[in-house]
Design a protein around this ligand. Structure first.
Ligand code: SF4
Length: 383
């Protein structure tokens, strides 16, 4: 029987995608090799969140091809997938001739049965892609438009997992709390979705592009329905965004103790001007309001966050606004990332990457020290 091996870089969405790619291989009669030295087909599931992430995937590819040049064994068929496909299939095949095939990540699909190694906790993708077009982010280009998975499919998967004895699930989506809203996008987001030309002036005011849904948000309804399974004891979800963190969701988290008390809520910057340039769609004040409401809903709730330092044009004063916020927020953990312009994104097109690396690194150290000093075991590494 032919064999496969999947080497996965990056975030939980990639790990979840790899579980489904494995399911597809098993369905086609393949076996899983112990490692890449022994497989017939090697899938490299890549991350493109920063240049360094792409460099890592290319470094791995180099090691694989060098190994087989010096080996009696033939090189496996190499398939590249994940967020690096934003470069375009043809360009990637020209740049990396060792790659035999590109698998666009938005073709992995929801329905292939995931092969899970963890028998207690399961990742469940509920949406894919993203329509938000934060100006620094490659995801809307690599994973395409936001698409919600049908509720029937999600509930069936939860039921199957509960029947198999799973107790913990994490619902996954790039903008998980907008599940079921099928946003068409307005303003700048609409222009980006339609691939129109744009200028800096086209960026809208913070919060003007996100309208509250009518009635109970579908994501809240989904959480309530999943909570009905007695076997499921813990529900987590990621990644949430402040613009879709409506009051009904906050009330549900407060009331429903099956939902984890840790809430991950990216801020990205404490400066409204930087948030505007990032097209994040909320203000510092709105973020604080959401966190205050969460803590009021249940004082046991703890918050984690993501922050980008050294975004294009980030002045010392703008950075200090993030520092002040970090001192005020009592975040449980902060994943601080150094800005790396991603070719093709709006930020790359309209803002020069003008903060020297040593300044970005210093800013990273300052924030990491403030937010993560008591969390050494989960402290993210500087890149
Ligand atoms: S919400 Fe923004 S940061 Fe998150 S995936 Fe979408 S574009 Fe990227």
């Amino acid at each position: 029987m032919p064999s496969f091996f999947i080497h996965t870089f990056g975030c939980q969405s990639n790990k979840s995608d790899s579980e489904r790619i494995a399911g597809d291989y098993f369905a086609r009669g393949y076996t899983e090799a112990k490692d890449w030295h022994e497989c017939d087909e090697l899938v490299i599931n890549t991350c493109a969140v920063r240049q360094r992430a792409e460099d890592k995937a290319e470094g791995f590819l180099y090691n694989v091809t060098e190994h087989f040049k010096q080996s009696a064994q033939p090189q496996p068929k190499i398939i590249l997938t994940g967020c690096m496909v934003h470069h375009g299939n043809q360009k990637l095949l020209e740049r990396l001739p060792e790659v035999d095939e590109i698998l666009p990540i938005n073709e992995v699909g929801f329905n292939q049965a995931a092969i899970r190694k963890d028998k207690k906790h399961a990742w469940i993708p509920i949406s894919t892609g993203c329509n938000s077009f934060c100006t620094y982010c490659i995801v809307p280009y690599s994973r395409g438009r936001e698409k919600s998975r049908s509720k029937e499919e999600i509930m069936q998967e939860v039921k199957n997992l509960a029947d198999q004895g799973y107790e913990e699930i994490t619902l996954l989506g790039m903008n998980v709390n907008s599940w079921g809203l099928e946003k068409v996008g307005i303003g700048f987001r609409k222009m980006m979705m339609e691939n129109k030309d744009f200028n800096r002036e086209d960026l809208p005011d913070n919060q003007s592009q996100y309208l509250a849904p009518q009635g109970t948000p579908p994501f809240v309804k989904l959480l309530q329905d999943i909570s009905q399974f007695d076997q499921i004891k813990m529900i987590r979800f990621m990644s949430s965004n402040p613009w879709d963190f409506h009051d009904e969701l906050i009330e549900e988290i407060g009331r429903n103790k099956k939902i984890d008390r840790y809430v991950h809520l990216p801020i990205q910057s404490g400066s409204n001007e930087v948030l505007y340039r990032m097209n994040r769609g909320y203000t510092r004040e709105r973020y604080i309001e959401v966190v205050d409401k969460l803590k009021k809903a249940d004082p046991e709730i703890v918050i984690g966050t993501d922050i980008v330092v050294g975004f294009a044009g980030e002045t010392e004063a703008e950075f200090q606004e993030t520092v002040d916020l970090a001192k005020q927020m009592d975040w449980h953990v902060g994943f601080v990332a150094i800005y790396s312009p991603r070719p093709g994104t709006a930020g790359w097109k309209i803002y020069p990457d003008n903060i020297p690396h040593h300044v970005k690194k210093k800013r990273w150290e300052i924030l990491d020290q403030i937010i993560n000093k008591d969390n050494l075991q989960i402290r993210p590494k500087v890149v």
